[in-house]
Design a protein around this ligand. Structure first.
Ligand code: EPZ
Length: 416
């Protein structure tokens, strides 16, 4: 079982480039299904979730090739409409293929998505929206059989600004009959990136980034070229790693305006941050607690940054109260952080972190993608050696973290 071995205690200094966004490339990969032509996607992160998405497309019959971080996808020969259960289980966000498959085939078969380390991951908002658009959904033996004579646009008020549901509706609406208006839509930058990708194909989508997204159905969509936005959560993770080690670094090829809430929290904790169009500089000498962190839908503090930021607050001066409002069970990393000497008291959706002067190295186990990132941050700040197992969680969203962190002087290695 591969693991990461980290010798903590030295300050991270240097320059790194930020990868493309995992949570952008996944819906964009699904969107290639609605195009009648080849799509060229640049800045594709080399992570296991990308590989899984490409495997799903190949399984459906798409022609896929990639050179470095550019992926070429041609779905003109796709005739299949069923995603194998094994692939659905590999990545919960596979549900994002549903809307695009219905646009292409007017039918789709998927099993209930897996990968739910964060508590129950229902898809009721996705399914009720698709039913409003004319889809008939039958559940049998854990699979969903979806058919529709014609997707028809309509008003879809979301009870919660679900990222995945917003994306699935957009993908079902792009070639539907009439207009679809999504209200209380998710406002994440990845929604805007998907809108831009679809419009580059010839779609008519507007409003992404606001709470109301309007999609006017068109008859056909062509292939296109697109560059994926930088990953704002990977940016957040490495900012926390530098701050936790009292370091000084330059992060290039990122998009600071996507991280406003996080940057505000880091500045409140005593970090000096210079933010320009596509790079960030961070320096941290003394680290204070953020006092209160409440995760919210974008543009609030991102739930995906909660665990990495908690890793940072473990070594801040003072106490921080975390309130996780998005997911029910997103504190699994706490018990592993406690093994390193962290003082954290979880209570339902609240967790109180009392900063300590030093953590100590330990053998710990990644519990999920962002929980694993929290352990990397804590290990880099700790005295002594740590080993992190189950790093397949981390590899889902971080491209070669040991290589990137080594660029900043971290003493880290991957042991196969
Ligand atoms: C996306 O997940 C991201 N994943 C998540 O990132 C991120 O944490 C999340 O949005 C919130 O920002 C991708 O984009 C691939 P949601 P998604 O639908 O779409 C409830 C990471 O670490 N809900 O906005 O699944 C749901 O249970 C991952 O990169 C319903 O109740 O998130 C959750 O409590 C983790 N019914 C909340 O809404 C539904 O039909 C947010 O879910 C859908 C969601």
């Amino acid at each position: 079982m591969p693991k990461l071995r980290i010798e903590g205690g030295n300050s991270l200094c240097g320059v790194i480039d930020i990868q493309g966004a995992k949570n952008s490339i996944l819906p964009i990969m699904a969107a290639t299904l609605v195009a009648d032509g080849e799509c060229i996607i640049e800045n594709c992160p080399d992570i296991s979730d990308t590989h899984t998405a490409l495997e799903i497309l190949r399984t459906l019959g798409a022609l896929v090739k990639h050179r470095g971080r550019t992926v070429y996808v041609d779905c003109r020969n796709v005739i299949d409409y069923e995603i194998p259960d094994a692939l659905m289980r590999k990545m919960r966000s596979s549900v994002i293929f549903l809307g695009a498959l219905l646009t292409r085939h007017r039918k789709a078969v998927i099993s209930f998505p897996g990968g739910c380390e964060l508590g129950p991951r229902p898809i009721d908002l996705h399914l009720s929206a698709l039913e409003k658009m004319g889809v008939t959904i039958r559940e049998e033996f854990g699979s969903l059989y979806c058919t529709c004579p014609r997707l028809v646009g309509c008003e879809i008020p979301l009870s919660f600004p679900s990222v995945g549901a917003t994306e699935n509706i957009m993908l079902a609406a792009v070639r539907a009959k009439g207009v679809t208006v999504i209200t209380n839509a998710a406002r994440e930058p990845e929604i805007e990136d998907l809108q831009n990708f679809l419009n580059e194909m010839g779609a008519d989508v507007c409003g992404a980034g606001s709470s109301t997204v309007i999609v006017r159905g068109v008859d056909s969509l062509a292939g296109c070229s697109h560059r994926v936005i930088p990953d704002r959560i990977v940016t957040a993770t490495y900012l926390c790693a530098v701050a936790a080690t009292r370091g000084n670094a330059l992060l290039r090829k990122t998009c600071p305006r996507h991280n406003a809430a996080l940057l505000s929290a880091l500045r409140q904790c005593g970090c000096e941050i210079e933010a320009q169009e596509d790079y960030l500089r961070i320096a941290c000498d003394a680290l204070f607690s953020a006092r209160r962190i409440r995760t919210m839908p974008y543009p609030g503090f991102p739930t995906d940054a909660q665990a990495p930021f908690m890793g940072l607050m473990c070594v801040a001066k003072g106490s921080t109260v975390f309130v996780e409002t998005i997911f029910e069970n997103r504190y699994k990393h706490i018990s592993e952080l406690q093994r390193m000497g962290a003082r954290i008291t979880p209570e339902g959706r609240v967790a109180v972190v009392e900063g300590v002067p030093r953590l100590h190295g330990a053998s710990v186990c990644a519990t999920d993608l962002r929980g694993g990132a929290a352990l990397m941050i804590a290990a880099l700040a700790a005295d002594g050696i740590s080993e992190i197992t189950d790093i397949y969680h981390i590899d889902r969203g971080y491209e070669r973290p040991e290589w990137v962190l080594s660029q900043l002087g971290a003493r880290i290695s991957r042991i196969e």
